[in-house]
Structure formats: structure tokens, C-alpha cells
Design a protein around this ligand. Structure first.
Ligand code: UDP
Length: 426
């Protein structure tokens, strides 16, 4: 196989070119886009394939020289929840191959993201000599442990995830905890490397707390507790709100709870936001809670920098970009001690870890940081340092680039897996 530095990223449901923070648009979109752009700077030609989910979207978006998003038509050009996308994947594969044919493009490598794209990558390997690298972003084997309504697609997802682990040239786990889960719950076979997610350390570290508060109209004396992320029950916003109900600070100080994230009335994120607002009202927290909606990455650094602490109360988090974004801004993080958060947040060094869903423990952790400004500053400083050392996108992309280069000399393994659409339960 002649080697070229062309790589295809596949992110079927996570469009790297759209607004993040909306339903189903979050860390994966950010990861693919940032890694793609950083790799292009390092000399790779990066094509990022996603499904077109809106007829008005352009088919191709150029992000920078050598890095573009390509939207393929697979199924109706409307939003389809990820659990309903599997049956459109053969069309996605067909469209991708025809794009390659029309433009005479061969890829040496395909980096797939999430299990749907894993299937696409495994299919592509049947038709061309291509090495597959995969990042899960979420593991069915972990997710279904904590979910009561298991969707019909679960069996297929678990099979695809296991097959991908066992046959991809390399799996990228974003934390040691994710690697452990793969080994304990999925398979002993397959090659795993640990390369974390990253963040834009310049962008998120560019603003001082006083500048940020000036811009957002928050007095210097106020205490600010921040949440950033999607409105989804598994994100545990309820735990944070209930923790604020236990906090000793309302009444003692000008405290503010800011809950950042997009939502659309009537959709699942809009419904979750209404549920959260009802809890805010029930606990009498309305006066000091604000919902500024979806905030983009231009403005988010001001929120992180203005906050005394950022809370990530997720029930589970494979990695959790929000934690490292806050840390890059020098803001300590109070997080659930789950998944990748146990790797990014170092307990009592860069923030505090609490048992998930334990609102009393979160209240204690929040209050202990708010009541000790010197300790807060110390935690924030160490947080920034940890992110600089481990989690810059350029550093992450460099590690990925080294991984890709180590693979391109290796002969492509013959695909051995065949998971067909017939296996999907209705
Ligand atoms: N995000 C954003 N604006 C918002 C809410 C979230 O830009 O209003 C971004 C956030 O900055 C982060 C991503 O969405 O980069 C969320 O990633 P994370 O890994 O924390 O969670 P996921 O959404 O993947 O579960």
C-alpha cells in the first residue's frame, strides 16, 4: 500500500461543523473538529464525514486548508436520534465510497467515532486497504448498566463495539478508566492506546476573573457556581441544583448558580430544562439561578473564568471536556468520581470528586471550596497546570499523529466481522 497522509474521520451523528451544546451535539463534535484541525496543521489532509441532518446545510464546509467537513446524504435530511440511525448506515457507506470514486481519493487511515461510525469503518475495510482507529466516546457496556429503558438497538451496539475492539488496528481510550472498562466489560482482545481528549488551552486560559466578571456584569464579591453542558438527565444537573439547596451560602452571600446549555422546547433537552427549572422553583432558588442558554466557545471562556468553581455532576462521563475547559481557565472543578473525571480531576489537588447523584456530598464540596478563597486559588492554579501538561489539542493531535504513523507501514488485516442489518431488532 502506498502511504499518503490522508485520513478520513467518520462521525456519523456528531457533525464537527455545527453549533455545539444542543441535543446530541457535545464533546464528540468538539473532539473531531479540534483533532481534525490540529492534525491538518501537522501536515495531514483531513476529511471529516458526517450525516447531513438538515437540507439547508452545505455539503462541504472548509475549516482550514486541508481540513473539511463533508456531509453525506443517508436517510432523510432531518435530525434523527442516534439510536435510530443504524439502518441508514449502508447508504452512508455507499455515499462515502462514491465520494471517493468521484474525487479519486484513497485514504490510508480511517478514524471512527462512536459505535455507529465503528460499523462504517468496518464496512469500508471490506472494500479498500485502510487501517481503522476508533474512539468510542461512550461505551454501551457501561451505559446500559445504569439505564432502565434499554433500547432495541442495544444488542447490535454491544456486538459492534466488541467486534471493533477486537479488529481495529488501534483503539483510542481517552482515559485509563475507559481502558479498564473495555477490558473488564468487553474483551481482552484488541490493541488499546490511551490518548486523552484535549482543549484549547490558549482560548480557555485567555481571560482573567476580573475581566470576565466585568464583561458578564457580575460583581467581584459574588460567588459563582457554574454548570456547562447538555440538558440530559445523565448529566446530573438535578444533583447540582439540589446541592445548592443544601448549601449554606444563599442568604450569607451574593451567590449565583449559572446553568449554561442549549435546549429546544418540546425536544428532550427542552423537557429536561423544564424539569430542572421546576426543581429550582420548588427549592426556592429562582432568584439566584440563571439559564443563559447555549454559549459558544468565543464567550464560554468568560463564564469559566468568572466562576469560583465549575460543577460536573454527571452520572457517568467517558471523558468530560467541560472539566478540562474549566481547569484551563484556572477554575477548580467539583465532579462526580466517575469515568474519565477520575483522571482529569485530581481530588483535593485540582478540585473535588463526589459520589454521583449524592447532592449532600456535592453541597459539602461546593461549600468547602467557596469558604476558602486561598484554597480555591491554589486548586485553580494546579488545575491549569495539569491541563497545560496533559490536555492541549496540539499535544493530543501529536500523539494521534505518532500513532497513525506507526500504523501505516503495517499490512492491513483482513476484516473478520460481519454484523448485518438483519440482526437489528425492530
Ligand atoms: N458546550 C458549548 N456550549 C454550551 C454547552 C456545551 O460549547 O452551551 C460544549 C462544551 O464547551 C464542551 C462540549 O459542549 O466542549 C461538551 O462536551 P462534554 O465532553 O463535556 O460532554 P458531552 O456533551 O460530550 O456529553
Amino acid at each position: 500500500m502506498s502511504f499518503n497522509k490522508r485520513i478520513a474521520f467518520i462521525s456519523v451523528h456528531g457533525d464537527p461543523a455545527i453549533d455545539i451544546g444542543k441535543e446530541e451535539a457535545g464533546g464528540q463534535n468538539v473532539y473531531v473538529r479540534q483533532v481534525g484541525e490540529a492534525l491538518a496543521k501537522q501536515g495531514w489532509q483531513v476529511d471529516m464525514f458526517t450525516r447531513k441532518a438538515d437540507a439547508t446545510q452545505p455539503a462541504i464546509v472548509e475549516h482550514s486548508p486541508n481540513c473539511r467537513t463533508i456531509r453525506l446524504v443517508a436517510g432523510p435530511e432531518t435530525f434523527i436520534p442516534r439510536d435510530k440511525l443504524f439502518s441508514y448506515l449502508p447508504e452512508f457507506v455507499e455515499q462515502l465510497r462514491s465520494f471517493q470514486r468521484d474525487n479519486n481519493i484513497q485514504y490510508s487511515l480511517v478514524h471512527t467515532n462512536y459505535w455507529l461510525s465503528a460499523w462504517v469503518g468496518m464496512e469500508l475495510k471490506k472494500y479498500q486497504p485502510i487501517q481503522q482507529i476508533h474512539t468510542y466516546h461512550s461505551l454501551g457496556a457501561v451505559k446500559y448498566q445504569s439505564v432502565s429503558d434499554i433500547p432495541p438497538i442495544a444488542t447490535t451496539r454491544l456486538e459492534v463495539e466488541k467486534a471493533c475492539l477486537e479488529t481495529a488496528a488501534r483503539i483510542v481510550a481517552t482515559s485509563p478508566q475507559e481502558q479498564d472498562h473495555m477490558r473488564q466489560l468487553m474483551s481482552q482482545k484488541g490493541n488499546i492506546d490511551i490518548i486523552p481528549c484535549g482543549t484549547d488551552i490558549e482560548r480557555f486560559g485567555a481571560v482573567s476573573s476580573s475581566e470576565a466578571r466585568l464583561k458578564l456584569g457580575i460583581p467581584r464579591s459574588s460567588l459563582v457556581v457554574l454548570y456547562v453542558g447538555r440538558f440530559d438527565q445523565r448529566k446530573g444537573i438535578e444533583t447540582l441544583v439540589r446541592a445548592m439547596g443544601h448549601s449554606i451560602f444563599p442568604g450569607l452571600a451574593d451567590i449565583r448558580l449559572i446553568i449554561v446549555g442549549g435546549s429546544r422546547p418540546g425536544q428532550s433537552d427542552g423537557i429536561e430544562r423544564e424539569r430542572i427549572e421546576a426543581i429550582v422553583d420548588e427549592l426556592g432558588l429562582r432568584d439566584y439561578t440563571t439559564f443563559p442558554g447555549q454559549i459558544d466557545h468565543e464567550t464560554l471562556p468568560y463564564y469559566y473564568a468568572a466562576a469560583n468553581l465549575c460543577v460536573v455532576p454527571s452520572h457517568y462521563e467517558p471523558f468530560g471536556l467541560v472539566a478540562i475547559e474549566a481547569m484551563a481557565a484556572g477554575t477548580p472543578v467539583v465532579a462526580s468520581g466517575v469515568g474519565g473525571l477520575q483522571f482529569t480531576v485530581v481530588h483535593e489537588k485540582t478540585g473535588l470528586l463526589c459520589p454521583p447523584k449524592d447532592d449532600k456530598a456535592f453541597a459539602q464540596a461546593i461549600d468547602s471550596i467557596l469558604s476558602k478563597p486561598t484554597w480555591q486559588a491554589k486548586l485553580g492554579k494546579s488545575a491549569r497546570k495539569r491541563v497545560e501538561t496533559l490536555f492541549s489539542w496540539d499535544g493530543v493531535a501529536q500523539q494521534l499523529s505518532n500513532l497513525y504513523l506507526s500504523l501505516v507501514d503495517v499490512p492491513t488485516a483482513k476484516p473478520t466481522v460481519n454484523i448485518s442489518l438483519k440482526q437489528v431488532s425492530a
